[in-house]
Design a binder for this molecule. Structure first.
Ligand SMILES: [Zn+2]
Ligand SMILES: [Zn+2]
Length: 393
């Protein structure tokens, strides 16, 4: 994208000064930090924001940072959130800016999300035309699903009231630099079920003297396929995946027990409640029919991420105005991945925006690297959104 062709406004302003943010993004990539250990990242963020005139509060949910900037008398407040944590993955990119922390890697692009929000923060502090309060939320521990929840529990929105809150994620496999908007459910609720099937072990040559938990597990796994195909409303969505099965060691020994691990995903609460009810019921009844028993532990994880309609439409209009119609990913569909920003959208209106990253390794892949070409459109969207949401009367 040539700077000379850019319309005046955030895009042209940020394009001029983007180079240091490419360097910053790579520096963050070189120094990835796992959930709740984002000390260097948080210090970098806090130092830069304070230098640009933000009021900076640190130590929220451990390593979380919140920066605010009040301009004029406006009483509206906009929250923009970036996640900061890396993953416990050994990087295999071979890049010059590859991780220097063995076993940790920015394989989800959160280094890029931080750099995008900082580029917008500098632009807004130096050139932003707005009236009201800007609240920038740098969140720890998205990958473990605990950062957003803990920030809220520690009073995030009481201390820093927000009329709406937005976040974005780079998305490999979608056209580079274009935005995907989804109204309503956009990412799935994710739950975990741990199943232990107990029979009675014995000699593989004498099955009549045993209760074989391997055969029971086979029936349970097959029967679990009917939760989605036979119990769920066909117009609804859910996924039941048995991702792990462990039992037995030897070919001629029937074990005492078999363990299963499941992931269960859904968008609507009714579907989630159905999974929570039917998975244990089917498992126990199947086990009982063979004279075995089953223990089922069903753990709810992240809730579904549900975008609010008005805020999603607002952000889409900003993207269209800033970057023209080509900026949108038409017909972008919800994803069955999950994201803990869902907790923030449960208590504040807002939207979670997808930013196409072009072709390349998927998220959480050891060869993934954030696409630096996204820094400009991402930061321009945040600046444009802030100016529109907090537009002077
Ligand atoms: Zn991730
Ligand atoms: Zn992520």
């Amino acid at each position: 994208m040539s700077a000379t062709l850019l319309r005046p406004g955030p895009l042209a302003r940020i394009a001029e000064g983007i180079a240091p943010f490419v360097a910053l993004r790579r520096d963050l990539h070189r120094h990835p930090e796992l959930a709740f250990a984002e000390h260097r990242t948080a210090e970098t963020v806090a130092r830069l924001l304070a230098g640009w005139g933000y009021r900076v509060d640190t130590g929220i949910a451990g390593t979380g940072v919140v920066a605010t900037l009040q301009r004029g008398e406006g009483r509206r407040s906009l929250g923009l959130r970036a996640d900061m944590d890396a993953l416990p993955i050994a990087e295999q990119t071979g890049l010059a800016h590859a991780s220097r922390n063995p076993g940790a890697m920015h394989a989800c692009g959160h280094d890029g999300h931080v750099a995008i929000l900082l580029a917008a923060a500098q632009d807004l502090a130096q050139h932003g035309d707005f009236d009201g309060r800007l609240t920038l939320i740098f969140q720890p521990a998205e990958e473990t699903g605990s950062g957003a929840k803990r920030m809220i529990a520690e009073g995030l929105f009481d201390r820093f009231p927000c009329d709406a809150v937005f976040a974005l994620h780079s998305w490999p496999g979608e056209a580079e630099g274009r935005f995907g908007f989804v109204e309503g459910p956009a990412m799935a609720a994710v739950d975990l079920a741990l199943i232990s099937i107990r029979g009675r072990g014995g000699h593989g040559a004498s099955p009549q003297e045993t209760v074989d938990p391997v055969v029971v597990a086979a029936h349970v796994i097959t029967a679990l396929q009917t939760v989605v195909s036979r119990n769920l409303d066909p117009l609804d969505m859910a996924v039941v995946t048995v991702g792990a099965i462990h039992g037995g060691e030897a070919a001629n020994v029937i074990p005492d027990s078999v363990a299963l691990k499941l992931t269960a995903r859904s968008y609507r609460e009714a579907a989630r409640a159905l999974l929570e009810r039917r998975i244990p019921a089917i498992t126990r009844a199947q086990a009982e029919s063979f004279g075995a028993t089953a223990e089922v532990e069903y753990r709810r994880g992240f809730p579904a991420l549900v975008n609010h309609a008005a805020e999603t439409a607002f952000a889409r209009d900003v993207a269209r105005r800033l970057l023209c119609d080509d900026a949108l990913l038409p017909g972008f569909r919800p994803r069955t991945a999950s994201e803990d920003f869902s907790h923030m959208l449960e208590v504040r209106p807002g939207s979670y925006i997808f930013l196409g990253a072009g072709e390349g390794p998927s998220l959480h892949n050891p060869r993934f690297d954030f696409n630096d070409a996204l820094l400009l459109p991402g930061a321009a969207l945040w600046s444009g959104l802030a100016e529109a949401f907090l537009s002077p009367a």
